[in-house]
Design a protein around this ligand. Structure first.
Ligand SMILES: *[C@@H]1O[C@H](CO)[C@@H](O)[C@H](O)[C@H]1NC(C)=O
Ligand SMILES: *[C@@H]1O[C@H](CO)[C@@H](O)[C@H](O)[C@H]1NC(C)=O
Ligand SMILES: *[C@@H]1O[C@H](CO)[C@@H](O)[C@H](O)[C@H]1NC(C)=O
Ligand SMILES: *[C@@H]1O[C@H](CO)[C@@H](O)[C@H](O)[C@H]1NC(C)=O
Length: 566
């Protein structure tokens, strides 16, 4: 997920190796809430105690130059094993994190797009409709933060999505997954009709994107003029990660236009010619509907296109065979061409990227790609593909190692593996169409130990994909190791990214400088996805069960259709 200059992909952004043109970015209130009072009081006391310990530790650390913010401690974080084991205490700690992030947003940035969590200022870079607030609605509801939810709803029903600040053009895909997705799920949870009206307003405001020769959407829309911004091409994740949201909007409003319009993209790409069965180069020529160029990737700009084939199949109560076939072809293609393991004896498997002809392989594994194990596990269950579950476990292990093997135990944007010929192939800096061969420095012992080395970008921007996969893997396998890994990641987030107001992206995961690495940015997906998936990881598996809900690529849960479409 995902504005990210692109996507889940768009959850990527200024990543030079991935970069696309500047157009991109700029990607269960269930039982325990009714647990008996004593249990809840004990949990709260426990959480308070934990907080007190943290506060004392932090207070004891030397002051850093940042005003009033001493920075996180500079020692290696404790193993999760040393800490809390109990699910409900872990869940409460995640809820406290949400409360903390939300209250900072509320105090300093309410109604704005993003809180800048170090300087306490805010921005309106997503059009000024309050994307953090909209993206957070269902997380607040899921965590039982009802007052906060009500206050946020009161605000959002007053927002006019038909108007943007002058000159602003909306990134179509981002607006759909975050805002339309967030409004739809918040409506399904609360049944507050005003939220459905707002969802329809967003859906309608963005429909002009599809007014093209082929029906393949343009990537940006000017809602003030009701016209899309003409463009030559759009990537598959942008054009192909809006179908679930428009389908849900059709289901809830009874108007089939949304679904039919979005479905056209799937039909066109289904029959488009591809370099290898099931694998799609990322760029679509809007005028011809052909897949023209670009890498083949399950990371930025490709990712959620593949995810949505499976999710539409699930959402349709497994009635639409087209999605099943397309998903299975893609996963078979990925397994044939894109999965490798580390040349060192580390047991790590990963999914690399391919060039547009599906012949050159790049041994780069993106954090964005760490949604794949969760997708594979879900698909293995729905489609009875047991080998996919095994691969899912192997990939989840690698995704966890991306965190476990850094100094902060936070993951970088991507890692590079060495291929057998001791050469790496990286996407060209200038041109995502080409790959160039780069020769790698001789293996260092650290690399041999880790199995991979880090690329130039070592930032962690509070991304969700790994904890998303951990939540799904835990629910499908029942293996509690996944909860321990999730807890360790949560502890690292708490330790290194927390600011007095909220949480911030971190510049270099190998640096234990603490405060000076905080880059003053908190994308809305941290509240929409990262914290929600962690909360669900520590919740009973029937809370927002995977049998009843399908999560959009921004982690907004949609109820699976009640009856299959005619
Ligand atoms: C690293 O990647 C993140 C996320 O894509 C981006 O925000 C940041 O600007 C990049 N940093 C560098 C130094 O390229
Ligand atoms: C995580 O790293 C620690 C050492 O830093 C190691 O002891 C532990 O085995 C690692 N966990 C996994 C699952 O590899
Ligand atoms: C990008 O790649 C395409 C196809 O190989 C080529 O035609 C174009 O000139 C390249 N652009 C740049 C800036 O290198
Ligand atoms: C930001 O706000 C928090 C409370 O939300 C406060 O503790 C902190 O000192 C503020 N930081 C700055 C730089 O003003």
């Amino acid at each position: 997920m995902s504005g990210k200059p692109i996507v889940r992909s768009v959850h990527s952004d200024d990543e030079p190796l991935l970069e696309s043109p500047a157009t991109f970015r700029g990607r269960l209130r269930a039982r325990w809430h009714r647990a008996d009072r004593t249990a809840r009081v004990v949990s709260v006391l426990f959480a308070l105690m934990m907080c007190a310990v943290v506060v004392v530790r932090v207070a004891m650390e030397a002051m850093s130059p940042r005003d009033g913010w001493p920075g996180p401690p500079t020692t290696i974080p404790p193993d999760a094993e040393e800490g809390v084991k109990d699910d409900s205490a872990r869940r409460d700690a995640v809820r406290d994190a949400m409360r903390h992030a939300w209250s900072g947003y509320r105090q300093h940035a309410f109604g704005k797009d993003e809180l800048l969590p170090v300087s306490n200022s805010s921005n309106t870079k997503w059009g000024g409709w309050g994307v953090t607030l909209i993206d957070s609605l269902d997380t607040l509801h899921i965590m039982g933060l009802n007052e906060e939810f009500r206050e946020a709803v009161t605000h959002v029903v007053g927002v006019d999505f038909k108007k943007a600040k002058a000159g602003y053009t909306t990134p179509f895909f981002e607006m759909i997954i975050r805002s339309l997705g967030g409004l739809l799920s918040a409506y399904e949870m609360s049944l507050d009709r005003r939220l459905l009206d707002k969802a329809r307003e967003v859906g309608d405001a963005l429909l002009p994107a599809f007014k093209t020769e082929t029906g393949i959407p343009y990537p940006r829309v000017d809602v003030n003029t009701g016209k899309a911004v003409p463009a030559d091409r759009v990537c598959i994740a942008e054009a192909g990660t809006v179908q679930l949201e428009y389908w849900k909007l059709s289901e809830l409003t009874g108007n089939p236009v949304y679904h039919n319009t979005a479905q056209r993209v799937v039909d066109i790409l289904d029959t488009a010619s591809k370099p290898y069965k099931g694998l799609y180069p990322i760029w679509i020529d809007i005028r011809s509907g052909k897949l023209v160029s670009g890498q083949i990737t399950f990371g930025g700009m490709g990712d959620s296109w593949y995810e949505y084939m499976l999710k539409q199949y699930i959402y349709s109560r497994r009635s639409e065979d087209q999605y099943r076939r397309m998903y299975e072809e893609s996963i078979d293609g990925m397994r044939d061409k894109m999965v490798r393991h580390s040349v060192y004896d580390t047991g790590m498997y990963y999914v690399g990227d391919l060039d547009s002809t599906a012949t050159k392989f790049s041994p780069r594994f993106q954090h964005l790609t760490c949604f794949v194990p969760g997708m594979l596990a879900l698909g293995s269950r729905v489609l009875d593909r047991p080998d996919d579950l095994e691969l899912a476990k192997q990939l989840t292990y690698t995704c966890f190692q991306m965190y476990n093997r850094t100094s902060t135990r936070l993951s970088p944007e991507y890692v590079q593996f060495r291929d057998a010929s001791d050469k790496g192939i990286a996407p060209s800096q200038e041109n995502t169409t080409d790959f160039e061969i780069v020769s790698l420095a001789a293996a260092k012992s650290k690399e041999r130990e880790d199995g991979f080395y880090l690329g130039p970008n070592r930032s962690y921007i509070l991304r969700p994909e790994t904890v998303e996969s951990l939540m799904i893997l835990y629910r499908i396998t029942g293996d509690a190791t996944y909860k321990d890994w999730g807890w360790q990641i949560f502890c690292a987030i708490e330790r290194w990214t927390k600011t007095p107001a909220a949480y911030s992206a971190y510049g270099d995961v190998m640096s234990t400088d603490g405060g000076s690495q905080l880059t003053d940015s908190m994308e809305s997906f941290f509240l929409a996805e990262t914290l929600k998936y962690l909360y669900l990881l520590f919740s009973p598996a029937d809370y927002y069960s995977l049998d009843e809900y399908v999560f959009n690529t921004e982690a907004h849960p949609f109820k699976i259709m009640r009856t299959p479409p005619p």
